[in-house]
Unconditional design. Structure first.
Ligand SMILES: *Cc1c(COP(=O)(O)O)cnc(C)c1O
Length: 397
């Protein structure tokens, strides 16, 4: 997945453009910048890449989720349904707005189970946020139907699925709002950065203002700005945007390398009895950022992961006890360990985490192995790796 593996002179050239005129900020300084608007240029390129009318760059993927929800008016006491398998950023971004993350089971797509979503809807539910984990997607049609029926906002966290598609549409561009991260380990990187993507002009204008102190960005050189509402600072810098500009132009190349490497590994593992793969909905095409497969039971996946480690197969994980990605070890959330007081409404809203169990998620995550697809592997390296992995799996299940 990581674009940083193929960092090159192209990125350096874009960054040097910014350093040469010294305007590191994306807004204002119109005269000084000699026509360099890296953030604006990157937004235009991303709009094309993600086939969306509007793109607002922000400082991170986590900021993108907060800004996306805020731009559609999600706030204090609102419930946002999200999956048990994601990155901690998902609930952080929701809680930052005083909203309440409602975690629900995943299915064999490794993200939201539509039945679990439907069962979690209450009068307080405002949004459903799917997380397109590890380069693939959930059942978008069923989730969109549920959101339509219950008049809910549909948000896609596509931070890990840059370049994946559903019915030919880029992941992140399908729901009302999409969120991307360009942190250092994502498919394309800015170093740090993120984006909110939408076809809704009002959400876009809100995101533009909200991510820069509520400034409305009117007038030449910011001369006529007012504050239609309160905001924060989630800006990206010109330096970060410059890196992203070089990276986004290389996305097709990155995806084709990922696809080649993924396909070699998948073909080898599909010949191993007992190995099955995550379900990719019909019409979906993964970004090939990860290869995810299931083994028959939790014990064999533990044994295989251990054997991968001792056998020199790196970058593969079982997420069951992973405290970045799975609810099992999120004790700081369950125990509400906050630096500062949290509202009683949010506290009450999160009480369900004390008792609710997630057997269905457990059953998928415990049997899952997720392998990062690197861009820097040569074809021969991937072939050798595929053979080694198949051999280890056969010996342990
Ligand atoms: C990386 C990631 C984020 C957060 O992105 P940052 O840019 O690191 O803040 C959010 N959601 C998912 C699924 C991610 O993988």
């Amino acid at each position: 997945m990581p674009g940083f593996e193929l960092f090159s002179d192209l990125e350096r050239k874009e960054v040097n453009d910014v350093l040469d005129n010294g305007v590191l900020m994306r807004y204002g300084f119109d005269g000084m910048r000699n026509g360099h608007w890296k953030a604006k240029e990157l937004e235009a390129e991303l709009a094309t890449t993600f086939q969306s009318n509007h793109v607002q760059l922000v400082s991170s993927g986590t900021a993108a989720v907060s800004v996306a929800l805020a731009s559609a008016g999600v706030g204090a006491g609102d419930e946002v349904i999200m999956p048990t398998f994601t990155f901690v950023a998902s609930f952080e971004a929701i809680m930052m707005l005083g909203a309440i993350p409602i975690l629900v089971d995943i299915d064999d797509t490794l993200t939201l189970d539509p039945k679990a979503v439907e069962a979690a809807i209450t009068p307080k539910t405002k949004a459903v946020m799917i997380v397109q984990m590890c380069g693939s997607m959930g059942n978008m049609d069923a989730l969109q139907d549920i959101c339509n029926t219950h008049n809910l906002l549909f948000v896609e966290d596509a931070c890990q699925a840059i370049g994946g598609t559903y019915n030919g549409k880029p992941l992140g561009s399908i729901a009302d709002l999409g969120c991307f991260s360009f942190d250092f380990v994502k498919t394309i990187t800015c170093g740090e950065g993120g984006a909110v993507v939408t076809n809704n002009k009002d959400y876009y204008i809100n995101a533009d203002h909200y991510s820069d102190h509520g400034h409305d960005h009117l007038g030449n050189d910011r001369g006529a700005e007012t504050h239609p509402f309160l905001g924060y600072n989630f800006r990206i810098s010109e330096l970060h945007a410059a890196v992203g500009l070089a990276q986004v132009r290389r996305l097709p190349e990155f995806i084709s390398i990922q696809k080649r490497n993924y396909t070699i590994l998948r073909n080898a593992l599909s010949r191993v009895p007992g190995v099955t793969f995550r379900t990719v909905p019909k019409g979906g095409e993964e970004s090939y950022a990860f290869l995810n497969f299931f083994l028959p039971d939790a014990e064999s996946s533990q044994k295989v992961i251990e054997a991968f480690k001792t056998g020199g197969v790196d970058a593969c994980w079982n997420y069951y006890h992973n405290n970045w990605h799975y609810i099992k070890e999120w004790n700081h959330l369950k125990d509400l360990k906050s630096l500062f007081p949290i509202s009683t409404e949010v506290k009450k809203g999160l009480e369900y985490l004390q008792t609710k169990t997630f057997e269905q998620s457990d059953s998928y995550i415990a049997r899952n192995i997720s392998c990062l697809i690197k861009l820097s592997w040569t074809e021969d390296e991937v072939k050798a790796r595929a053979e080694k992995m198949a051999k280890i799996i056969k010996a342990h299940i």
